[in-house]
Ligand binder design. Sequence first.
Ligand code: NAP
Ligand code: G4F
Length: 324
Amino acid sequence: MKKKVAFVLGMTGQDGPYLSKLLLEKDYKVYGLVKRYSNPNLDNLKYLDIDDSVDLITGDITDDSCLNHLLKSIKPDEYYNLAAQSFVGASWDLNKTTSEVNAFGTLNSLNAIKLHNPNTRYYQAGTSELYGNADSSIQDESTPFKPRSPYAVSKLYAHWMTVNFRESFSIHASNGILFNHESPIRGKEFVTRKITDGVAQIKCGKADKIILGNLDAKRDWGFAGDYVEAMWLMLQQDDPDDYVVSTGVQNSIRDLLDIAFDAAEIKDWAGYVETAPAFKRPAELHSLCGNNSKAKNILGWQPKTSFKELVHMMVKEDIKRYSK
Ligand code: NAP
Ligand code: G4F
């Protein structure tokens, strides 16, 4: 039987490798889009031991001619758009790049599917950032969007363009509204990995403090390895739709510090943590927590990894890296 073909954009990031590993286990042929670099970095693919199992193609989501050509030649059954300038904190200074990649990159992707392979099923990497500082303490698919960063505004465009192609051209296009998800290959500028990496450096005698921004922010954090399964499940449904993917459990940065320092058996984190205005945002998003009932009921998906297990896993892997 012919293998199903998946095209994954965002292959060198966090989610691309976890999703590709899942697809390879399901016997897909996996193509991945990778930007052109003078010094390419495939560390995350290597960490999951799949760098030799995926077909990497040089390209860029902002280049529509590149996507048109690839849609015609690869003819993917499934197209996962995970490519983004995904760091909220950088999106104020990089608002144009963020818009070009996140908003117009999505439009380029949808146009290429519509023109060259309209049966390709499309996954859009949406985000809980869309909710901003929501009026309700727990957010679901019907909670109004109130974006508060250039990143969130760009993802709002991508969300509605995905809905529009679904409604206008019957493209099988789904938005995953994913809450924060992390792993040992999370970028080091995001707060979870910044903390677990910092804790590991302190444990191994390579640093003596971590400098952070707003310690009172609260998020609903899950494990990336669990969340990519929800992406795949969305494209296996008869009908496309939009789904919140979350744990439904909220923690603060202070809770994260408690667990991370505890995992490294270091007492009294207050002596190792400072704050600086440079890590605060022009407009902060204080509290997020997702209601995942729809994903549970329709996709049959649920998170498997607790917040404590996730943080312990990340601290352990970072200590291993600094102990080598
Ligand atoms: P990530 O680690 O930042 O990865 C983003 C990927 O996009 C990287 O491989 C990056 O390549 C690639 N990329 C950036 N610009 C590109 C361009 N012009 N053309 C092609 N590729 C480009 O993000 P992630 O955490 O894996 O998240 C995956 C997606 O889910 C993103 O769209 C993100 O916005 C969204 N999301 C993430 C979370 C989360 O908590 N992780 C939650 C909700 C939504 P380079 O590294 O080479 O630049
Ligand atoms: O880890 P963060 O940078 O993630 P943020 O802004 O929630 O965005 C992530 O999750 C979104 C889903 O909701 C994704 F769409 C997005 O692509 C990305 O993956 O910051 C989390 C919180 C913020 O409130 C931030 O102000 O941590 C606070 N924080 C406090 N000190 C810090 C720091 N964040 C970072 N990055 N660095 C700090 O020093």
